[in-house]
Design a protein around this ligand. Structure first.
Ligand code: NAD
Ligand code: WQD
Length: 337
């Protein structure tokens, strides 16, 4: 059975990927110090996978501890999720973001070479496109400077990987540029665990519906879009998870490949509220507020290259994702009672 090291495997996207990996016959070994996750997720994973994974609690910036994991185990691939991910927080504590996201990445890349790991999958982001000229972005769309230190860590992460590949390295790298992952596993056993007040739209919607927040503020309705609100490409987290399995199965003569991971379809903030109301039967309270600094008007993925070359496409729609996110929120509320 193929063993895969999954850094950040207890996190939101990582945990859903663990389930997909186990379903496809891989044996995942998670390294995660749970700084942005919890035992609840590990318990959910144990139930969903019948314990078919190993968990090692270490900080990946601790190179000695990381390399000990490689001394003790052999891996056919690494999927590297572990990083900080909050745009707003990264503006407040930029050094923490550069340290964790870049040192973590460099340690893992060094391990790839030192321990001859054949395949490396990197969590990148649509943030590397910045504010693009075209709303629909291709993998070949020129990258733009991001708006936040977080965005820069992904931009630089890709640059570091590209530079490493300039010399002939003996491993294949696949960068997956996720758009806006949302939703949860349909079982409700794993999902997103935002710390504090959520910045992202989906957890804010579900926490408002659960009564944790009084109302959602829509950040601006004066954008040049049909209903005036921003448009994003929301993709079900289980589809994002499946993209990692495809990446492990993907072989290419090209040592470095980049794929967009989205649905190819844009949805506005007001449409998200309307779809949420349809799946939940609620009438979500919201106010229109002012624009949020740094927001891009409209961006969605062109996924023809991912479809044709990676052999991946999103199978679930936004309403399924909203339904699964709401199911997860309700289970969380019950377990906190
Ligand atoms: P997450 O915070 O839920 O998961 C990250 C996991 O990594 C957490 O469990 C955390 O405890 C762990 N971690 C962080 N630093 C660590 C360290 N130094 N040592 C050990 N463990 C550490 O985030 P996520 O939403 O699952 O995102 C996963 C990856 O995908 C990140 O690299 C993120 O930047 C990227 N990404 C996320 C999104 C999104 O909207 N969620 C979009 C694009 C890209
Ligand atoms: C979506 C839309 C908001 C909250 C972020 C990162 C990006 C990537 C994906 C990691 C926007 C609006 C939100 C609220 C609102 N992550 N909104 N009220 O900004 O597209 O992207 O996640 O790589 O790097 O920047 O996602 O969920 O924050 O916002 O109106 O309370 O919802 O203005 O139009 P975003 P988001």
């Amino acid at each position: 059975m193929k063993q895969v090291l999954v850094t950040g495997g207890a996190g939101y996207i990582g945990s859903h990927t663990i389930v997909s990996l186990v379903e496809q016959g891989f044996y995942p070994i998670i390294v995660d110090d749970l700084r942005n996750s919890s035992r609840v997720i590990l318990d959910g994973l144990a139930e969903l996978t019948v314990d078919r994974f190993l968990f090692i609690p270490i900080d990946i910036c601790d190179k000695e501890a990381l390399f000990r994991v490689f001394d003790d185990h052999t891996f056919d691939a690494i999927i590297h999720f572990a990083a900080y991910k909050s745009v707003g927080e990264s503006c407040e504590v930029p050094l923490q973001y550069y340290q964790n996201n870049l040192i973590g990445l460099m340690n893992v890349l060094e391990a790839c070479s030192r321990y001859s790991i054949p395949k490396f999958v990197f969590s990148s982001s649509c943030t590397v496109y910045g504010e693009p000229d075209q709303k629909q972005v291709y993998e070949t769309t020129p990258k733009r400077l991001p708006e936040s230190p977080y965005g820069f860590t992904k931009w630089m992460g890709e640059q570091i990987i590209e530079d490493v590949h300039r010399n002939s390295v003996p491993f294949q790298t696949i960068c997956l540029r996720y758009f806006n992952p949302i939703g949860a596993h349909p079982s409700g056993l794993i999902g997103e665990l935002p710390v504090g007040i959520p910045n992202n739209l989906l957890p804010y919607i579900t926490q408002t519906a659960a009564g944790i927040r009084s109302h959602l503020t829509v950040f601006g309705n004066d954008y040049p879009t049909p209903d005036g609100t921003c448009i994003r490409d929301y993709v079900h987290v289980n589809d994002v998870a499946d993209a990692h399995v495809r990446a492990l199965l993907f072989t290419s003569e090209n040592p470095l490949s980049v794929f967009n991971i989205g649905t190819g379809k844009g949805t506005s903030v007001l449409e998200m509220i309307q779809y949420f109301n349809e799946v939940s039967g609620m009438d979500l309270p919201y106010h229109i507020g002012s624009r949020r600094a740094g927001d891009i008007t409209e961006i969605f993925a062109n996924v023809s290259y991912s479809n044709a070359t990676l052999g991946w496409r999103a199978k679930r729609n936004v309403k399924e994702a909203l339904n699964d996110a709401w199911n997860w929120e309700k289970r969380q509320a019950k377990s906190n009672d």
